[in-house]
Ligand binder design. Structure first.
Ligand code: NAD
Length: 262
């Protein structure tokens, strides 16, 4: 058995011989992550409600994280095809707009079901396989909404707050088994999701400018930048990193700037 700290053949960041599952890898951050994992040498299975955009060498599987039986079957088949599992990226998620008054119970249950229970279901299905790996790692896609109070995001923020707490609890539960668990907290990222959000705004250009201005770097985060953080946490280079939330948010959480010109 090899040492978890051992750098795989090609050096730091090389993921040859590792096998990965990415949920929600059909678009945006998940697709960028799956492509980067593959570019670093990993064999990657994308599990998504709509994997139509997923191209070889990525493997693609249709899966709805809302259905435990479907998740169990998809993870089992993907692990069989991959020949094992080292990395799980729990990335599938949906948005929700509004204050605490704006969504009914059914919508609360739907969003929490996808964003929180979805990660629970895939993790539960993957853990028996991950325990067999010496490079086992889970990375959850969380959000700046877990740590900053954003207007009109009550339900979404509650779901991502739960993801961050779940990440820490899972890290504690599985550290002795050699499974690392971390999350990445993106700021507003320029993905198809944000494109859809902007389309709904009365003035999409003004809405984009407001989102850009909210981030100290003055622009949205890119999917590739988030993917780079996920892939770092997923791989053996981060062998000593567990129970961490890594912000990729253009400084939005940590910085308190003075108004321009003052
Ligand atoms: N874009 C942002 O600004 C941003 C910021 C912070 C966090 N995030 C998080 O990043 C993750 C990815 O978001 P994105 O911006 O790339 O969105 P996206 O809409 O581009 O991609 C999300 C993917 O998840 C899949 N998906 C949705 N529901 C699913 C289900 N029930 N089962 C399986 N797959 C499902 C979709 O088919 C899609 O391929 C989400 O968890 C989101 O909360 C996004």
């Amino acid at each position: 058995m090899s040492d978890p700290q051992e750098v795989i053949s090609g050096g730091i960041g090389d993921l040859h011989s590792l096998k990965a599952i990415v949920t929600g890898g059909g678009s945006g951050i998940g697709l960028a992550t799956a492509q980067l994992l593959a570019a670093r040498g990993a064999d990657v299975a994308v599990l998504d409600l709509n994997p139509a955009a997923v191209q070889a060498p990525l493997r693609r599987y249709t899966m709805n994280v809302m259905d435990a039986a479907v998740v169990d079957a998809a993870v089992r088949i993907a692990v069989r095809d991959l020949g094992g599992l080292d990395i799980l990226v729990n990335n599938a998620g949906i948005g929700a707009i509004g204050t605490v008054e704006d969504n009914d119970d059914a919508e609360w249950m739907r969003v929490l079901d996808i964003n929180v229970l979805g990660m629970v279901r895939t993790s539960r299905a993957a853990l028996p396989h991950l325990r067999k790996s010496v490079h086992a790692s889970i990375v959850n896609t969380c959000s700046i909404a877990a740590t900053a109070g954003l207007p009109q995001r009550a339900l979404y923020s509650a779901s991502k707050g739960a993801v961050q707490a779940l990440t820490m609890a899972m890290a504690a539960d599985h550290v002795a088994e050699g499974v690392r668990v971390n999350c990445v907290n993106p700021g507003t990222a320029d993905t198809p999701w944000i494109g859809r959000l902007l389309e709904q705004a009365p003035d999409p250009a003004a809405e984009r400018a407001a989102l850009n201005a909210r981030q100290p770097l003055g622009r949205l985060v890119t999917a590739d930048e988030v993917a780079a953080a996920i892939v770092y946490l997923a791989g053996p280079s981060a062998a000593s990193v567990t129970g961490t939330a890594l912000a990729v948010d253009g400084g939005m959480q940590g910085l308190r700037l003075r108004p321009k010109g003052r």
